[in-house]
Design a protein around this ligand. Structure first.
Ligand SMILES: [Mg+2]
Length: 336
């Protein structure tokens, strides 16, 4: 068989990269603690309750986003106290952030399982917490991107202004960014339409893992587009109310304790999801190939029709060439 170019094209379709995205909330999803950012408050000469009262009042009185309010409050307090907040300070907190059991090994383990099923798995964190803290944690290098609230720092490395304030609704923006492969936060082309087959990662290959009401928009988006949303709860405390409510409201596809170990429920569900995605992708591959074959068939019948209908338009030599090509394709379709 000499149809090497069609063979190669089909081979390339079979070998196309298949990607999956797993997106994680951070606080109480990967880490049992909440808002490590605020360990800084006592050093600014303020009680945590007072800080929050100020910040919440600021938000209410000025119709502010809550995240922007605490980010502002933190900077203004640091100025009053003449204690500039530096990036390194946040990174250092990140190094000490506690993580749920198995989180550290989770990423490699999931990647390995995905690889065996022919899937490249990419991990993303989408959090309202502070990016500089998450970047300091041991799992930062396992993630392709960390989307979270962050500060703009002066040349001296002092926090000056919010660069990003991530809240529950604008969290969804990052799902679209990842799906379209338009990763940079400033890139507005994320709003351009993109055909499903051109997506960097199809929505049905997304998993979103979160723990609370602030994850609902992302959970809903991912689930409604054919992906999987998982609600997690603290395995020690075992308080399931939140995830049961999320499940009852149809926001999530699974719920499990936030235990990321090899023999956990979470890993079991993840394997099932990966298996299902792999099976769906294999079917997709076969359908793409069938579509190519049926298009080729259509093309040959049209060419046949043309040379029969308008024989005077082409020379006998050209006709022979065309018939040879048509037969080649027909032979290929017969064999495949
Ligand atoms: Mg959370």
């Amino acid at each position: 068989m000499e149809n090497t170019s069609i063979d190669t094209a089909y081979e390339n379709i079979r070998r196309r990269p298949i990607r999956m995205a797993i997106c994680y909330d951070f606080d109480k999803t990967l880490s049992p603690d909440d808002m490590q950012t605020f360990t800084i408050i006592p050093s600014l000469g303020m009680k945590k309750e007072d800080f929050w009262r100020h910040s919440n009042t600021l938000a209410k009185e000025n119709l502010m986003d809550n995240n922007l309010a605490w980010m502002y409050e933190l900077i203004s307090r640091s100025k009053v106290e003449r204690q500039p907040i530096k990036k390194e300070y946040f990174n250092a907190i990140g190094k000490k952030v506690p993580l749920y059991k198995g989180v550290k090994e989770w990423f490699d383990r999931v990647n390995e399982y995905g690889k065996r099923q022919g899937i490249e798995i990419e991990h993303y964190i989408i959090s309202s917490g502070l990016k500089e803290i998450i970047e300091g944690s041991v799992i930062a290098t396992k993630c392709k991107r960390i989307y979270a609230s962050s500060y703009l720092y002066s040349v001296d490395g002092i926090a000056e202004w919010p660069a990003q304030a991530v809240n529950y609704t604008n969290k969804t923006q990052y799902i679209f960014r990842i799906a379209k492969g338009i990763f940079e936060e400033w890139d507005e082309s994320v709003n351009n339409t993109m055909a499903d087959e051109k997506l960097y990662i199809p929505y049905e290959n997304f998993v979103y893992i979160g723990d609370s009401a602030t994850d609902i928009p992302c959970m809903r988006l991912v689930k409604s587009k054919g992906g999987y949303s998982i609600g997690v709860y603290d395995p020690e405390k075992g308080i399931k109310e939140k995830v049961l409510q999320l499940y009852a409201d149809g926001r999530i596809s699974f719920y499990a304790p936030a235990n990321y170990c090899a023999r956990s429920k979470l890993m079991e569900y993840m394997k099932e999801i990966i298996d299902e995605v792999a099976a769906k992708e294999r079917i997709k591959t076969e359908r793409i190939i069938m579509k190519q074959s049926s298009d080729l068939y259509k093309l040959t019948t049209q060419m046949n029709y043309l040379i029969e209908k308008y024989p005077s338009l082409i020379s006998a030599k050209d006709r022979k060439e065309i018939e040879k090509e048509i037969n080649k394709v027909k032979g290929f379709l017969k064999e495949n």
